[in-house]
Design a binder for this molecule. Structure first.
Ligand SMILES: N[C@@H](CCC(=O)N[C@@H](CS)C(=O)NCC(=O)O)C(=O)O
Length: 214
């Protein structure tokens, strides 16, 4: 058995943050497939009792520990590996600031937008899609401005704040109906830099469940 198990599925940007981290730190890990779409495993009493009371993926299992919330998992892995760890109090707080902004403003809007556009049955109402897209675009513009100042969020080196921020940004542009990297040039250049990290892999190659069965 691998050292780490990650409960995850390929379509999830929330899961991707943590799968990418495991990959770029060179961890010994294996995915445990969460059948989110068909079986809704994350909503079963068994999952909530034994895996994550919050009913969400990702979950990282390490020995007897089970951790959820991608930001917590990223911090744990950074502290255990010494990699992508923000240094000193100011950097730690700055990393947390961007991780929370990502969770609340970017992933929180881009994820549901992509979900209701591609996976929900029936597909979401146009007004809902427009609302989520506008909120996501506003947050992406803030990220783009930040990345005009330095190669990575905190400066010259990538940290867990950058790994978190990749969440939904490598999924195919057809799934969004617009090209994030082309519309936000600094985000596009930063995505290329992140892609050059040893161990980088696309979410659909790193986690199980793609393509979805029809
Ligand atoms: N803030 C959480 C978000 C996790 C999350 O919302 N995961 C989704 C999958 S992408 C989920 O499991 N949702 C539960 C559901 O919709 O039943 C994190 O970063 O880990």
């Amino acid at each position: 058995m691998a050292e780490y198990q990650l409960y995850c599925f390929a379509q999830s940007g929330n899961c991707y943050r943590t799968a990418l981290m495991l990959s770029v730190i060179g961890a010994d890990w294996e995915p445990v497939y969460v059948d989110f779409f068909k079986a809704g495993v994350q909503r079963t009493p068994d999952y909530r009792e034994n895996i994550n009371e919050m009913g969400e993926a990702p979950v990282l299992a390490h020995g007897s520990k089970k951790l959820s919330q991608s930001g917590v998992i990223l911090l744990y892995l950074a502290e255990h590996s010494g990699k992508f760890l923000p240094r000193g109090e100011d950097e730690r707080l700055e990393a947390l600031r961007w991780i929370i902004f990502d969770n609340q403003k970017i992933g929180r809007n881009l994820g549901p937008y992509r979900f209701v556009r591609n996976f929900a049955k029936p597909v979401g109402e146009p007004a809902v899609l427009e609302f989520l897209k506008a909120r996501a675009q506003g947050a992406l513009a803030i990220l783009d401005k930040r990345l005009s100042r330095s190669p990575y969020l905190l400066g010259a080196e990538p940290t867990i704040a950058d790994i978190s921020m990749t969440s939904y940004l490598y999924y195919p542009s057809e799934e969004f109906g617009f090209d994030i990297a082309a519309q936000h040039k600094n985000i596009g250049a930063w995505l290329d830099r992140m892609k050059a990290l040893p161990g980088w892999a696309h979410p659909y190659d790193l986690m199980p469940g793609h393509p979805l069965p029809q």
